[in-house]
Ligand binder design. Structure first.
Ligand code: KG4
Ligand code: ZN
Length: 337
């Protein structure tokens, strides 16, 4: 059997990542998180691109070393073309282009949002692979979409957020609560020991679209009002506040998936993106298999938040199809699915 080795680079936002794949099997997946952003409550673009420049070479070298592969064994170089931050994308794009040029091997540009979804095709991503067509709820710091996947590179966005992404709702709520960025994982953690005793109104958004900016404002007003009455409100009720926010967000997402299932008749549901690491969403989707007869695809944690393994597996599919790019390719911060 043929073995195809691909090195993939991901640098769309604040994580520098490199991965080596052999067909659909991940040999290495190195992720360097940028801690510089935590104290600013969000990603600072200039700091992100500077950190990518510092990290990219060591991260790539580590990925090759861990995979026990030399540069000369590689069949192709893949990189994230977009969407993302221009300054960040440029670092990975130019690195990949020069490496492919030097090694005289094919270059493959990857759409970050497609890659989040196609991460499900990594050998060890989940127990079974989705079959086409399936629906994917892609939830990250920059996107919230329900996508119908007809084939690897034939995807339709059924609906998306009209304002904030769900990850932003998590991160902004965390900021209100005085928690560092990225706040999603922390809210998830505190929610484990809390109870959803507070209710926040859910947005009314048409069709398959989402909205999260109203929820964020609702949470802000609620907290401000409570803190006025009791300055220690947050500290005394952190777990319950987090559980309540988490519960509301999970309900909003589940309502929309149920609607999409009803309208498309497709009962194969995948989740992808950083927020798909969320325990409540994972739990509800697991339960939906029993309650609604769905087949749920829940990826391993390491393939949910930004990583180069998802870029690598997507590149493998493109490689099989002969979908290569040339040196004229450029980063595209606004690339669509
Ligand atoms: O996909 P990702 O790594 O980067 C983007 O492409 O945006 O997603 C990052 C987002 C952040 O907003 C982070 O707070 C959120 O994913 N996140 C979570 C959890 N883990 C990461 N949100 C809720 N619960 C989690 N466990
Ligand atoms: Zn992402």
């Amino acid at each position: 059997l043929d073995k195809t080795y691909i090195l993939a680079i991901e640098s769309s936002c604040d994580d520098t990542s490199a991965s080596v794949i052999c067909n659909e099997q991940i040999l290495s997946n190195i992720v360097a998180n940028q801690e510089v952003h935590a104290k600013y409550g969000g990603v600072v673009p200039e700091l992100a691109s500077r950190a990518h420049q510092q990290n990219i070479l060591p991260v790539v070298e580590m990925a090759l070393k861990q995979a026990n592969i030399t540069k000369e064994q590689l069949n192709a170089i893949a990189f994230t073309q977009g969407p993302g931050l221009m300054g960040s994308l440029l670092v990975g794009t130019s690195f990949a282009k020069s490496m492919a040029l030097a090694l005289e091997i094919p270059l493959i540009a990857i759409n970050h949002m497609q890659a989040h979804i196609l991460a499900h095709f990594i050998d060890d991503a989940n127990e079974q692979k989705p079959t086409f067509p399936f629906l994917c709820l892609t939830i990250s710091g920059g996107h919230t979409q329900i996508v119908k996947i007809n084939d690897y590179f034939n995807m339709e966005i059924l609906g998306e957020t009209i304002d904030d992404a769900v990850g932003e709702a998590y991160d902004k709520t965390a900021k209100i609560l005085g928690l560092p960025y990225p706040g999603g994982p922390l809210i998830d953690k505190y929610a484990q020991t809390g109870e959803a005793v507070y209710t926040f109104s859910k947005p009314k958004v048409k069709e398959h679209h989402f909205s999260f900016s109203g929820l964020k404002t609702g949470i802000l007003y609620f907290i401000q009002k409570q803190v006025k009455e009791n300055p220690n409100f947050i500290e005394e009720n952190l777990e319950n506040i987090c559980a309540s926010v988490q519960n509301t967000i999970a309900e909003i997402l589940m309502d929309k998936i149920k609607k999409a299932v009803k309208e498309t008749g497709i009962k194969q549901i995948a989740i992808a993106g950083g927020v798909s690491a969320n325990s409540e969403i994972r739990k509800r989707l697991t339960n939906a298999q029993k309650h609604f007869g769905w087949t749920s695809y829940i990826p391993k944690f390491e393939y949910t938040t930004d990583n180069a393994a998802m870029i690598a597996v997507t590149a493998y599919q493109k490689y099989r199809l002969g979908l290569f790019d040339d040196q004229s390719i450029t980063a595209n911060p606004r690339l669509k699915v």
